[in-house]
Ligand binder design. Structure first.
Ligand code: CP
Ligand code: NVA
Length: 303
């Protein structure tokens, strides 16, 4: 593994090894066992979209690993004035040991990896959110003690989160069901990957939630889709994690949300608060999962 561009590029074994490493780093952090795996190393963090969790967890994670992180707003870089990504990649490779990038087009992330000579980490694109899903899988495994054989159900927009959850869930041996409205299905590349696997796509949230061990949702309008918000609010009516959906799921069903959440849209305030422990553990696990990714990619820790 040279980069983390999308989960489609990883084997199931690599994903599980990353989760094992994340568990180890979480344990060491909790027991004040230092792990300066990236001493003297620098991570550039390019953001073309807003962020709370990704920015803070990468920066703190890099610090805890003994390295340093630089916040680089895309609008303040020369990228924002049209400098090609190919040149930016080659320049930043001369200064940094790795780059985390959050942007719109997946092709930009792939180009950084192609033209640069340092590890590239995808911190969210319109296509996928691999760091978030590693944290989700880590959290599910913490609570349920296993992944293979569990039933993961995603309700809502067939967006970056849906795409990564489908791939991450199937690669780790889970059953994956997804309920999306017509016109908002997951990416065709992801559906092609899922075809013939333990995957079920429906328009009916209740049907998807039957027998679920974990219910997951995300916002109806993602970053960059603000102008579609009104149309989407109509299209997504009923695509909500609520008591009715939890009643259809298995007893002890978990709820995950990558955050930020819109209460009474994709999830009721009641369900959110009842499962807040799991949801904020998931947010915390961004830190540990990403430290594992950085330790593997920038620090050469074998997977
Ligand atoms: N879940 C997530 O990526 O959060 P941020 O947008 O705050 O980074
Ligand atoms: N789907 C959301 C996820 C935010 C973490 C977005 O892209 O805005």
């Amino acid at each position: 593994m040279n980069h983390l561009l999308k989960l489609l590029d990883l084997t199931g074994e690599e994903i599980i090894s990353l989760l094992d490493l994340a568990d180890r780093l979480k344990y060491e952090q909790a027991h004040q066992i230092p792990h300066p795996i990236l001493r003297g190393k620098s991570l550039g963090m390019i953001f073309a979209k807003a962020s709370t969790r990704t920015r803070v967890s990468f920066e703190v994670g890099m610090y805890q690993l003994g390295g340093t992180a630089l916040f680089l707003s895309a609008k303040d870089l020369q990228i924002g004035r049209g400098e090609p990504i190919q040149d930016t990649a080659r320049v930043l490779s001369r200064y940094l040991d790795g780059i985390m990038i959050r942007t719109f087009a997946q092709s930009e992330v792939e180009q950084l990896a192609e033209y640069g000579s340092i590890p590239i980490i995808n911190g969210l694109t319109d296509f996928c959110h691999p760091c978030q899903v590693l944290a989700d899988l880590m959290t599910i495994r913490e609570y349920k003690k296993t992944l293979p054989g569990l039933h993961l159900c995603y309700i809502g927009d067939g967006n970056n989160m849906a795409n990564s959850l489908i791939v991450g869930g199937l690669k780790t041996g889970m059953t994956v069901s997804v309920a999306c409205p017509e016109g908002y299905h997951p990416d065709p590349q992801v559906l092609a990957f899922a075809q013939g696997k333990d995957f079920h796509l429906t328009g009916d949230p209740l049907e998807a939630a039957q027998g679920a061990d974990v219910l997951i949702t995300d916002v109806w309008a993602s970053m960059g889709q603000e102008e579609e918000a009104a149309v989407r609010r109509k299209a997504f009516q009923g695509y909500q994690i609520n008591d009715q959906l939890l009643a259809a799921a298995n007893p002890g069903c978990m709820v995950q949300h990558c955050l930020p959440a819109h209460r009474e849209e994709e999830i009721t305030a009641k369900v959110f608060e009842a499962h807040a422990g799991e949801i904020f553990d998931e947010a915390e696990n961004r830190l540990h999962a990403q430290k594992a990714v950085m330790a593997a990619l920038l620090g050469g820790i074998p997977l």
